[in-house]
Write a protein that binds this ligand. Structure first.
Ligand code: NAP
Length: 257
């Protein structure tokens, strides 16, 4: 049986790759795509870009079972509400969503649909989060710095992946103070330092640096293309269509929990 997929942000960097990925599989069918610009453009398989403001009507008409959303925080929050109202399962990749809006999304999803929400859908980054947890627990008292680099068009800083890394590190070490960038006079304390580089067309680099007396360990992930995110998002879409309602992480999809 085929799973009917809709994509929000279908003309975006991620949306276009996700649509290519959906078309590769016989068990998946693209039934709708939404964006603000490019309405009416072909997306393959006879599907055209629908106006984002027609989301509810087109989702209903197309019989979409899963909506994959890589858009903006404001758009995603609204799209999640509409999809949950219609019983459409979700894969959400948008980053930079505030804690308040995340809670609002979880309330909209609760008990109605299944949703995989992850700031990073790559297999490597999901392992990276596990590895930094192990290192943080082992390297007691070491200074910790999170350094990320992305392309010049990225809207949010630090990245969702770095923010998740900070959450993992804070939980593993019990450290609560986070310092974003540094300037001026003063010694570092026990904080977790976070640094965001924005330049050119860097797809996404994340390093966690642990430094202690006489040594340092760096755990680093580098995305060479967005393909890893698109493949992961489509894998999550296939998975989410078969599980009970609830909010899931990519680690659930990968069986890492
Ligand atoms: P992008 O190229 O700017 O694509 C976003 C697309 O969404 C744009 O075409 C935008 O249209 C469209 N859009 C805006 N509002 C919309 C709405 N209400 N309905 C439908 N489409 C709407 O950005 P991107 O690089 O693809 O990234 C998108 C998001 O995914 C970002 O938050 C990024 O950080 C995140 N991301 C996540 C992962 C992951 O693995 N979780 C990986 C990469 C990126 P306009 O251009 O006209 O505004």
């Amino acid at each position: 049986m085929t799973i009917k997929i809709a994509v929000a942000g279908s003309k975006g960097r991620m949306g276009q790759l996700i649509i290519e990925e959906v078309h590769r599989f016989e068990d998946l069918e693209l039934v709708a795509g939404f964006d603000i610009l490019g309405v009416g453009d072909p997306l393959g398989g006879g599907v055209i870009v629908s106006d984002a403001s027609d989301l509810a009507e087109v989702l209903r008409r197309s019989g979409a079972q899963v909506l994959i959303d890589f858009t903006t925080p404001a758009a995603t929050t609204e799209n999640v509400r509409v999809a949950a109202d219609l019983g459409v399962d979700l894969v959400v990749g948008t980053t930079g969503i505030s804690e308040d809006l995340k809670k609002e999304m979880a309330r909209d999803i609760d008990g109605r649909v299944a949703a995989v929400i992850s700031p990073n859908f790559s297999v490597g980054v999901n392992l990276f989060w596990k590895l930094i947890e192990v290192a943080a627990k082992s390297l007691e008292g070491y200074d910790i710095e999170v350094i990320e680099a992305h392309h010049r068009n990225k809207m949010d800083a630090p990245s969702g992946t770095a923010t998740e890394a900070v959450r993992v590190l804070a939980k593993a070490t019990g450290r609560s103070e986070v310092v974003y960038g540094r300037e001026g006079q003063g010694l570092r304390g026990d904080e977790i330092g976070v640094h965001a580089v924005r330049a050119g067309d860097i797809v996404g680099d994340h390093t966690v640096l642990f430094a202690g007396p006489g040594e340092r360990l760096e755990i680093k992930h580098q995305a060479h293309s967005r393909q890893a995110f698109a493949s992961g998002a489509v894998r999550a879409a296939r998975w989410v269509a078969s599980v009970p309602s609830g909010v899931y992480a990519m680690a659930d999809v990968l069986g890492q929990k």
